[in-house]
Design a protein around this ligand. Structure first.
Ligand SMILES: C[S@@+](CC[C@H](N)C(=O)[O-])C[C@H]1O[C@@H](n2cnc3c(N)ncnc32)[C@H](O)[C@@H]1O
Length: 253
C-alpha cells in the first residue's frame, strides 16, 4: 500500500462561479455548521490530495463509464472536479439543503451535469453496488465520533460496486486543533473551544491515528489501499494541521 506525505497547496485552476453562502442557523444537531464559513465549504478549488488519490486509484480510461458520488458535498468543489476529471455520472449529496443548492448553482455556473440530493451520509439515496467512486471530503472526522463514522462508511461501502473505491480524509491524532478542546465527547473526539482557529469554535472533531482509521474502515467492510499523510505546519505558532487521505476498497475476507 503506498504511503506518502504531502502539503495541500491551493490549486491554480481558474475560480469557478458560485453563489454566495448565506448565514443561517444550524440545519440540525450534531451537524457542524459550515454555513457562512470561510473554510472548506466556501473554497472554490478541490483538494490536491483528493485529486491525487483519485488519479492513483481510478485511471482516466475507466472514468467515462463510471459513476462518482461526492457525499457531504458542501459547495460542490469536489463534485465539479469529478465532472472535470471525466466521470460519466456525478452525484452530490449533503444533509444540508443549502449546501446541495450551492453545489447545484455552481454546476449550473460551470456547465457541469450534476445530480444533487439532500441526504445524510448514512442514508444515501442510491441503490446497492451502483457507484464506482464515493468521495467524502472534510466530513467523516466531524460526525461526532466513531459510531457515526462507521455508519457513514458502511453506507458508502453499500453503494459502491465490487472493485469500487471510497476516498476520504481524516484528522490525524497529532493535529494541533486537539489542543483547543473545550470538552471530550469520546476518546479522540472533542468539541473545539474558544481560541480555535478559523471560526471552528464549537465544532466537534475526531482525531485518529492511521491504525485507527484502518480499523474504522475494516469495521465497515473496507480495506485501505491508499494512505497519504498531508500536513500544513505553521512554524510561527508551532501548529501542525494534518490529515490522512485514504482510499479503501471492499474487503475480500
Ligand atoms: C467541511 S464541509 C466539506 C464540504 C465539501 N466536502 C468540501 O470538501 O468542500 C462538511 C460538509 O459535510 C456536511 N455534513 C456534515 N454532517 C453531515 C452528515 N451527517 N450527512 C451529510 N452531510 C453532512 C455539511 O453540511 C458540510 O457541507
Amino acid at each position: 500500500m503506498p504511503v506518502s506525505s504531502c502539503s495541500d497547496a491551493p490549486m491554480t485552476a481558474a475560480p469557478r462561479a458560485g453563489a454566495p453562502i448565506a448565514e443561517t442557523p444550524k440545519a440540525r444537531d450534531p451537524l457542524n455548521n459550515w454555513r457562512g464559513q470561510s473554510g472548506a465549504v466556501g473554497r472554490r478549488w478541490p483538494s490536491e490530495a483528493a485529486l491525487r488519490a483519485i488519479s492513483a486509484l481510478i485511471p482516466p480510461a475507466a472514468r467515462g463509464g463510471a459513476a462518482a458520488l461526492d457525499a457531504g458535498c458542501g459547495s460542490g468543489r469536489h463534485a465539479l472536479a469529478l465532472a472535470e476529471l471525466g466521470f460519466g455520472r456525478v452525484i452530490a449529496t449533503d444533509a444540508d439543503p443549502q449546501m446541495t443548492e450551492l453545489a447545484r448553482a455552481a454546476a449550473l455556473g460551470s456547465g457541469a451535469t450534476l445530480e444533487t440530493h439532500v441526504a445524510p451520509l448514512d442514508q444515501q439515496p442510491l441503490p446497492d453496488g451502483t457507484i464506482d467512486l464515493a468521495l467524502s471530503w472534510g466530513t467523516l472526522f466531524q460526525l461526532g465520533g466513531r459510531a457515526a463514522a462507521v455508519a457513514a462508511l458502511r453506507e458508502l461501502r453499500r453503494i459502491i460496486r465490487p472493485g469500487g473505491v471510497v476516498i476520504a480524509d481524516w484528522r490525524t491524532d497529532d493535529d494541533s486543533l486537539r489542543t483547543f478542546a473545550s470538552d471530550v465527547v469520546e476518546p479522540g473526539t472533542i468539541r473545539l473551544g474558544p481560541g480555535a482557529p478559523a471560526g471552528l469554535a464549537g465544532m466537534v472533531y475526531s482525531f485518529w491515528s492511521a491504525d485507527e482509521v484502518s480499523a474504522l474502515c475494516a469495521a465497515s467492510g473496507l480495506t485501505v489501499v491508499w494512505l497519504e499523510r498531508c500536513e500544513i505546519r505553521d512554524v510561527r505558532k508551532d501548529r501542525r494541521f494534518a490529515w490522512w487521505v485514504t482510499g479503501a476498497r471492499p474487503s475480500t475476507s
